[in-house]
Design a protein around this ligand. Structure first.
Ligand SMILES: [Zn+2]
Length: 376
């Protein structure tokens, strides 16, 4: 197994690419979807179950882990991989996004951000340097640069000023990260929905040099049309030979649209969060298992799905355990959702490799348009 971090593209189809990221902890097939393990767990799932769905990499949240149980404690206990029993690659965010969303509870300066913990109100400070140190203590394989994602709505001048500070923070993140073979630091492009600012941001990041590049500041409420509008040009500002990561995306149709536009990696809480609220994602769209029409339905959620929820249980059972507040409800629906998302990624990778992405997208849309199976 390689001791280096490396990315290679094996096939392209239009702007879409498929390939792999090599890391000392294993290969990440791209395009990749990363389940979110906020508090050192993908909620309702054992790590081996997450792996069984086809996930090559997980995302962990610096903000949550620094507050509880604390990065030093995780380091003393052998690092995040050992702590949560996941030996494969982990990407950690920088903590910036979550801190920025603590409106009213934070103070932002050029140096960094002071904020109050949502857990116990204690005061903390995050900066490019402290974020790099926390992510090093966690043992993350892919470390994200510390940046600011401006709250919307924002004027062009506000977006530009914020982006330029994020670029200064990107340089400080690079300097603080140091030389760590086998680990990667990703820079984050900002610039809102303005092409000139996106290009300026990408140029600044490329001058610093990163092992991968994220497209930040999207999936924050701007809507799919605006997001796809940025993805129509922004990936083109980034190096061809480095992975491109779209943060916080998304719904299945967001994922397909992003991959078509040249994105290699994504993450989202959606499949696991939906699983706990009775929402299933299938090839035929969203299914609300709470709905009374499932109460007597002996059919599986998706007859063609090979996950444990679909091979072992009826819609009637899934409906019953959700209505009864049983824990197995969240477990089964989360498993199904993660399985579906990973199957979607595998389908996209295969389609790109075989030069039939357009046909794959047509079929994806046709299945969704059919809607869920008719009630009995
Ligand atoms: Zn299933």
């Amino acid at each position: 197994m390689t001791q280096r971090f490396a990315f290679s593209v094996s096939a392209t189809d239009g702007r879409a690419r498929t390939g792999a990221i090599q890391t000392p902890r294993g290969e990440i097939r791209t395009p990749a979807f990363m389940p979110v393990g906020t508090a050192a767990t993908v909620k309702a799932m054992l790590p081996e179950s997450v792996r069984a769905t086809g996930a090559d990499i997980l995302l962990g949240n610096t903000y949550h882990l620094m507050l509880r149980p604390g990065a030093e404690r995780v380091a003393r206990l052998g690092g995040l991989h050992k702590f949560m029993n996941w030996e494969r690659p982990i990407l950690t965010d920088s903590g910036g996004f979550q801190v920025m969303s603590l409106a009213g509870l934070r103070k932002l300066t050029e140096e960094g951000v002071t904020f109050a913990s949502h857990v116990d109100g204690s005061k903390h400070f995050l900066s490019p340097e402290t974020s790099m140190e926390i992510q090093r203590l966690l043992g993350s394989d892919i470390v994200m640069a510390f940046d600011e994602c401006p709250a919307l709505p924002a004027t062009d001048a506000e977006v530009a000023a914020s982006m330029r500070m994020s670029m200064r923070w990107a340089q400080r993140s690079r300097d603080a990260f140091g030389d760590r073979p086998g680990h990667a630091l990703f820079g984050i492009m900002q610039g809102g929905v303005t092409p000139e600012l996106r290009e300026e941001s990408a140029t600044a990041l490329k001058a610093i040099g990163f092992e991968g590049y994220a497209i930040g500041g999207l999936a924050v409420g701007e809507g799919q049309d605006a997001m796809f509008g940025v993805l129509d040009y922004a990936p083109g500002f980034l190096p061809e030979d480095k992975p491109r990561y779209l943060m916080g995306v998304g719904k299945p149709d967001d994922i397909v649209g992003a991959v078509v536009r040249g994105v290699d990696m994504m993450d989202c809480v959606l499949p696991s969060r939906s699983g706990r609220t009775g929402q299933a994602w299938t090839r035929r769209g969203q299914v609300n298992i709470k709905n009374a029409r499932h109460a007597d339905d002996p059919r599986p959620l998706d007859a063609d799905c090979t996950c444990p929820a679909c091979t072992g249980y009826s819609r009637a059972y899934l409906h019953h355990v959700f209505r009864s507040g049983e824990m197995i409800s969240g477990m089964l629906l989360t498993w199904h959702n993660l399985h579906y998302f990973q199957e979607l990624m595998a389908g996209l990778r295969d389609a790109i490799a075989n030069g039939r992405l357009a046909a794959f997208v047509t079929e994806f849309e046709a299945m969704r348009a059919q809607g869920d199976i008719d009630p009995l």
